[in-house]
Design a protein around this ligand. Structure first.
Ligand SMILES: Nc1ncnc2c1ncn2[C@@H]1O[C@H](COP(=O)(O)OP(=O)(O)OP(=O)(O)O)[C@@H](O)[C@H]1O
Ligand SMILES: [Mg+2]
Length: 375
C-alpha cells in the first residue's frame, strides 16, 4: 500500500483529502504545519507528499525546499494542492523545486486519483537541492503570512456579507408575503362578498332599471376583484415560491403577450435550484426589465434567458425595440428609478448588471448574481 502524507493548514481541506485517499486504499497521514510534516517525512519517508502552498510560517515552497535538502526525503515526489495553480509565478516556483503536478482546489475525486497515480507510478528523478537565500525566504515568509491573514479576513467578510444580504432580501420578501396574505384574506374577500350580495340583490328587485344599475355595480365589483388579484400577483406571485423564477416570469410574459401582442421566448437552462433571495431578486429584475420593454421599447419580440453562470446565476432580457443610450438610462432621474434601483440591488449582493443598447437596435439587459445562499 502506498503511503501519502498530506500537509495543509486547513483542517477541513486535509481531512477531506484523507477521506478520499483512504477510500482509494492509500495509507494516509496528516500534518497541519510544514515543521510537523518534515518531521513525519524524515522519520518515515512517504511515497508521496501532497501539500498546500499558501500556509502560515512555512509555505509550500519552503517546505519542499527543506524536504529536498534532506537525503532521506530528497527524492520524495510532491504534488501541490492549491487554488492558485494557474498563476504563472506559482508554476515557475513549483518547477524550480521539482514539483510538476498540481491538484486544483477543489477537484473531483477522479482528477485527484489520476494525478496521484501518475506521480506515484513515474520513476523518481534525482533532484538537486534548491538554492536558498535567507533573505529571500524571510521576505517570502513575511509576505506569505500577510497574505494568508488577508485571505482569511476577506473570506470571513465575504461570507458575512453574503449572509446579511440574503437575510435582508428574505426579510423584504416575507414582508411582501405578509402584505399579499392580508390583501387576499381581507380586501379581496370583502369585495368578493360585496359582489355576491349585489348579485343576490339584483335577482330580487323587480324594478328592471334598478336591477340594471345593480348589475352595473356588480361588474365594477368584479373588476375590482380582478385588479386586486393582479396586484396580489405583482406583490407576491405564488408561483415564485412553488415553481421558481422561470415559471413566474413565464406568467408575466404570457400576460404581456396577451395584452400587447408581444412575441416571446423563455429559455431556462438553470440546473441547480435558486435560493429564496436569488429567486426573488432575479424575478424582480426580470419583471422590471419586462416592464421597461412594454413601456418604452416598442418591441415586437422579447427573449428571456436564465442560466447557471460560474458561482452564480445569469438572467438576460433582450428586446428588438427602439433601444436607447444606457448611460442615460442608468442615471438617476426623478420618476425614472427602475434601472438605477435595479442595479443597486444587484450590486449590493455582489452581482453585476450590464445594459447593451443603442438607439435603433434593441436592448439587452444582463444580470449576474452570486449564489448568496450557497452552503
Ligand atoms: N428596453 C428598453 N427599450 C427602450 N428604452 C428603454 C428600455 N429600458 C429602459 N429604457 C429607457 O431608460 C429609461 C430609464 O428606465 P427606468 O426603468 O430607469 O425608468 P422608467 O421606466 O422610465 O421609470 P420607472 O421604472 O421608475 O417606472 C426609460 O425611461 C427609457 O427611456
Ligand atoms: Mg422602468
Amino acid at each position: 500500500m502506498s503511503s501519502i502524507l498530506v500537509l495543509d493548514d486547513r483542517r477541513a481541506d486535509r481531512e477531506l483529502l484523507a477521506i478520499l485517499l483512504r477510500r482509494a486504499g492509500y495509507d494516509v497521514s496528516l500534518a497541519p504545519t510544514g515543521e510537523t510534516a518534515l518531521a513525519a517525512a524524515r522519520s518515515d519517508p512517504p511515497d508521496l507528499v501532497i501539500t498546500d502552498i499558501l500556509m502560515p510560517v512555512m509555505n509550500g515552497y519552503e517546505f519542499v525546499r527543506r524536504l529536498r535538502a534532506h537525503p532521506e526525503t530528497g527524492s520524495v515526489p510532491v504534488v501541490f494542492y492549491t487554488a492558485n495553480y494557474l498563476e504563472r509565478e506559482v508554476k515557475r516556483l513549483a518547477a524550480a523545486c521539482g514539483v510538476s503536478h498540481f491538484i486544483a482546489k477543489p477537484s473531483d475525486v477522479d482528477t485527484i486519483l489520476a494525478t496521484i497515480g501518475e506521480v506515484i507510478g513515474a520513476p523518481r528523478s534525482v533532484l538537486r537541492p534548491l538554492p536558498g537565500g535567507e533573505f529571500d525566504r524571510e521576505q517570502l515568509r513575511l509576505l506569505n503570512d500577510k497574505l494568508v491573514e488577508k485571505v482569511a479576513e476577506l473570506e470571513a467578510l465575504g461570507a458575512e456579507r453574503r449572509k446579511l444580504v440574503g437575510q435582508l432580501i428574505n426579510a423584504h420578501e416575507q414582508e411582501r408575503k405578509r402584505i399579499a396574505e392580508d390583501l387576499h384574506d381581507d380586501s379581496v374577500q370583502a369585495v368578493v362578498a360585496l359582489r355576491m350580495r349585489l348579485e343576490t340583490l339584483a335577482a330580487r328587485v323587480g324594478d328592471p332599471g334598478l336591477a340594471r344599475e345593480l348589475a352595473g355595480l356588480e361588474e365594477h365589483a368584479a373588476a375590482a376583484v380582478d385588479r386586486l388579484r393582479g396586484l396580489l400577483f405583482e406583490i407576491q406571485p405564488v408561483e415564485l415560491d412553488t415553481s421558481g423564477v422561470a415559471v413566474a416570469l413565464r406568467t408575466s410574459l404570457e400576460r404581456a403577450s396577451a395584452e400587447d401582442g408581444l412575441d416571446f421566448e423563455l429559455v431556462d437552462r438553470t440546473s441547480r435550484p435558486h435560493g429564496q433571495a436569488v429567486r426573488s431578486l432575479l424575478y424582480r429584475v426580470g419583471r422590471e426589465a419586462l416592464a421597461n420593454v412594454r413601456n418604452h421599447a416598442g418591441a415586437s419580440r422579447v427573449e428571456v434567458r436564465l442560466e447557471d453562470d460560474g458561482e452564480g446565476f445569469a438572467l438576460e432580457v433582450r428586446d428588438d425595440g427602439r433601444g436607447f443610450d444606457p448611460e442615460q438610462g442608468l442615471r438617476v432621474r426623478p420618476g425614472h428609478l427602475g434601472l438605477p434601483a435595479m442595479r443597486e440591488r444587484v450590486e449590493i449582493t455582489g452581482g453585476r448588471l450590464e445594459l447593451e443598447s443603442r438607439p435603433g437596435s434593441g436592448t439587452a439587459l444582463r444580470v449576474w448574481l452570486p449564489d448568496v445562499e450557497a452552503p
